[in-house]
Design a protein around this ligand. Structure first.
Ligand SMILES: Cc1cc2nc3c(=O)[nH]c(=O)nc-3n(C[C@H](O)[C@H](O)[C@H](O)COP(=O)(O)O)c2cc1C
Length: 324
């Protein structure tokens, strides 16, 4: 079993130290480990060119990105791993953009429902199947690293890291919200923090090889939030007692008793969390239904003529508003 640790922080700084601490523990629990720091890598953002979708539709075994940069280093390492631990810095309240660039290029193009449906078609037609590494179930753990001494300035850190779980239907077994680094100085000066990072490595290593249904490990923070899937501290509120975990897309019922908030989640809702087969199919079906509406609309000759006529105004924007 192989565990990949990725740090999106500076070389030999806080993210590196905490991810490596988790990997030391994973190694101690019997895993093979690999560490990558991304600071020197160029990972551009997705250009929405659809090259990856064309790879899939024309029958390629591999679904690749055509941009020529260092993304492929991370991509290959990911396919080869059985578990992943990501540590990334919080910049401007959310996770550093390079992580999101990586996620945007890797995850939606390997959406598990899309991959399953593609293979079903290929099987029926006797065509070569997609790379089997796209179908591996993997365990994950996340470390969000921030300088600020309150959670106020790291609010979107862990939630954004958890977005990495959906497309590949990964199961997260723990996270650490390592804020307050401005006061901590270095994680090396906070043994308890390093121990929490180590527990992530152990949790991932001990989970690999087991089906998701047999793993209910959670190596988290003592003051984690109420969602039983991602354990994040965010909730969407619509003015009723129905509340939604914005990360997992699940609805729960909120009660306030004795000044404490309690949210109950039905099994049905937990079974449609974004990182489950039901959740990923819900989104797949949503897209298929949208295509049924969108394509006829855009190919309708009257609509096409109207769009072409009106587009002229948008294309000549600078000229119309008098910019040089
Ligand atoms: C551009 C920039 C923005 C930052 N924004 C935040 C922030 O909003 N909240 C926070 O807690 N820390 C913020 N930080 C501090 C970093 O999260 C912190 O220094 C962290 O340790 C960086 O990870 P590293 O040490 O592994 O490189 C910011 C740092 C930079 C460079």
């Amino acid at each position: 079993m192989k565990i990949l640790g990725i740090s999106f922080g500076r070389k030999n700084q806080r993210c590196d130290i905490m991810v490596k601490e988790a990997l030391f523990a994973a190694k101690g629990a019997g895993a093979e480990v690999q560490f990558i720091n991304t600071m020197g890598l160029r990972i551009d953002h997705c250009h929405a060119c659809d090259y990856c979708a064309r790879c899939r539709d024309r029958g390629d075994v591999e679904v690749r990105c055509c941009l020529k940069d260092d993304y492929h280093i991370l991509e290959e390492a990911y396919y080869d791993c059985d578990g992943i631990i990501i540590g990334a810095p919080v910049y401007a309240v959310g996770i550093v953009g390079q992580f999101k660039n990586f996620l945007d290029r890797l995850c939606p193009s390997h959406d598990r429902a899309e991959m399953w449906e593609t293979n079903k078609k290929r099987e029926a037609e006797g065509k070569p199947l997609l790379d089997e590494r796209y179908f591996k179930d993997r365990y994950s753990a996340y470390i969000s690293v921030g300088g600020a001494n309150t959670r106020n300035w790291v609010a979107l850190g862990l939630p954004m890291l958890h977005l990495f779980d959906f497309s590949f239907i990964q199961k997260c077994v723990g996270h650490v919200d390592a804020y307050d680094q401005g006061n901590t100085g270095s994680p090396i000066l906070d043994r308890a923090l390093l121990d929490r990072c180590a527990s992530l490595g152990t949790a991932v290593a001990q989970s690999i090889g087991k089906p998701y249904s047999e793993v209910d490990t959670w190596a988290g923070d003592p003051d984690d939030g109420v969602c039983p899937v991602c354990h994040c501290r965010m909730l969407n509120i619509n003015g009723t007692t129905d509340v939604e975990c914005p990360i997992c897309g699940t609805w729960g019922k909120m009660e306030v008793a004795d000044g404490k908030v309690k949210v109950s989640w039905s099994e049905e809702q937990l079974n449609r969390a974004r990182n489950t087969p039901n959740g990923i199919y819900e989104h797949y079906n949503e897209i298929q239904n949208m295509i049924k509406i969108c394509v006829p609309k855009l190919t309708d000759p009257d609509n096409k003529a109207l769009i072409d006529r009106e587009m002229d105004r948008y294309k000549r924007f600078d000229q119309i508003v008098g910019n040089k």
